[in-house]
Design a protein around this ligand. Structure first.
Ligand code: GDP
Length: 438
């Protein structure tokens, strides 16, 4: 899938455009405890064509240290790996020195850049645009992300550009895969390649290692206990094994790409080390994607009892937002714990693909309400009438009624929990959508 990166100074309107591109205004994950940050990674689709969007956050290219410096580093990597960069500037504020610095950086990156002047509602094209010609990035796209002016064209053009970078290949994906598609993700050195070897056998790994493949995900079918699976590899994991022992740089884009191709994500952690910010970040991507999830805590072999307790506590503390997933203690090296792990992958897939009928969902909804009414907000009492399924992988429960905007995050969580328990949905996020008819 092509990747579009949004770059620009803080507050120029990146997240508004991000929402337009991914239509993720509801940002349901924001309700989850332990995960309050904004969405920065999303999937969009135009017709049959899926794509990924990365909002790189505020880019202060000159920051030498601290959080801005970290963000600048991340942004640079995302830009290097993206197919198209949308560079957003603020039409109300006009051209700033930082915009020029960012332009220099983007030019050196060699990526395709689209210059977008935002916040231009009610302004004349020529007067807004003229300011920015000196950046030398060609005719700017003048838009208002908040009002939607010019956005449809921009989306269309950026996608055309993105898909032009990635000819063929994209089409074949769907048909060739069999069974559950699994992506193994985790930071470098947690044991991803070792686990892949354990699952596929060393010979297979080498056999599939063809040179000259694209940057897209590669699918490797395999069988286990007479069940079919497909491993998604974004040209990172399978490559190494014994042949490559190069130090791998963590790639956001590759990780997102494999997640987006998968039905179930297997997140690997390293039991010999504490849960890092990077682990939590990757877990956050999975959650945002809505894919089913199983967590493997690897390198369980040879740990002291104390260390085992320690890491369990650490996980509970730092990854509590993954409450819906099953955790397995495994050793990829000694090949232990893999059977139960695969069982959880099957179960997570089944939950993610569950078909929930309208009568059953509505019955569950009524049960939930009988047990606990939503609270009034002022004089408004939300009235929920029925529920139907709005999607799979993740399951989406759409609740219809009146004044549902008065329903708060707590009650939403209560509903989620109730549906989860009623339908035994383990291993998949569950999304609740509220639709009011006025
Ligand atoms: P990747 O970067 O996530 O693909 O990690 P690798 O599979 O390359 O593993 C990194 C290092 O951890 C290697 O030296 C492996 O031998 C070691 N390793 C992987 N899995 C295990 C395990 O289950 N137990 C132990 N003790 N070491 C492991």
């Amino acid at each position: 899938k092509p990747v579009i990166a949004l770059v620009g100074r803080p507050n120029v309107g990146k997240s508004t455009l991000f929402n337009r591109l991914t239509r993720s205004r509801d940002a349901l994950v924001a309700d989850l405890p332990g995960l309050t940050r904004d969405r920065h990674y999303g999937e969009g689709r135009v017709g049959e064509r899926p794509f990924l969007v990365i909002d790189t956050g505020g880019f202060e290219p000159v920051a030498k240290d601290g959080i801005m410096h970290e963000m600048a580093k991340q942004t640079k990597q995302a830009v290097a790996e993206a197919d198209v960069v949308i560079f957003i500037v603020d039409g109300r504020q006009g051209l700033t020195p930082h915009d020029k610095t960012i332009t220099d950086f983007l030019r050196k990156s060699g990526r395709s850049v689209m210059l977008v002047v935002n916040k231009a509602e009610g302004m004349k094209y020529t007067s807004v645009a003229s300011d920015f010609y000196e950046l030398g990035l060609g005719d700017p796209y003048v838009i208002s992300a908040a009002h939607g002016d010019g956005v449809a064209d921009l989306v269309e053009e950026s996608l055309n550009l993105a898909f032009a970078q990635r000819p063929v290949d994209d089409e074949i994906e769907e048909s060739s895969s069999k069974g559950i598609k699994i992506a193994i993700v985790g930071r470098p050195n947690v044991g991803k390649s070792t686990l892949v070897n354990a699952l596929l056998g060393e010979d297979r790994v080498i056999a599939f290692d063809m040179p000259g493949t694209t940057r897209d995900a590669i699918e490797i079918p395999f069988e286990r206990d007479e069940k079919q699976y497909t491993l998604i590899d974004t040209a990172g994991i399978r490559r190494r094994g014994k042949v490559f022992e190069a130090i791998e740089k963590f790639s956001v884009v590759k990780t997102l790409q494999s997640i987006s191709e998968a039905n179930v994500v297997l997140l690997l952690l390293d039991a010999q080390q504490d849960i890092s910010e990077q682990d939590a970040h990757i877990a956050g991507f999975v959650l945002e994607s809505g894919r089913a999830l199983v967590v493997g805590i690897n390198k369980w072999d040879g740990l002291t009892a104390d260390r085992r307790d320690e890491i369990k506590i650490d996980i509970e503390r730092k990854l509590n937002f993954l409450f819906f997933a099953k955790f397995h203690f495994i050793s990829a090296l000694k090949v232990t714990g893999i059977g139960p792990l695969m069982k959880s992958i099957d179960a997570a897939y089944a939950a993610a693909m569950a078909k929930l009928s309208t009568p059953k969902l509505t019955r569950a909804l009524i049960e939930a309400i009988e047990h606990q009414q939503p609270r009034r907000k002022g004089s408004i009492r939300p009235k929920m009438r029925y529920a139907h399924q709005g999607g799979q992988n993740p399951p989406i429960v759409v609740i219809h009624g009146n004044a549902l905007e008065a329903i708060d995050a707590n009650y939403r969580r209560y509903l989620e929990k109730h549906f989860r328990e009623t339908f035994s949905l383990v291993g998949t996020p569950l999304r609740i959508e509220l639709r009011s008819s006025k």
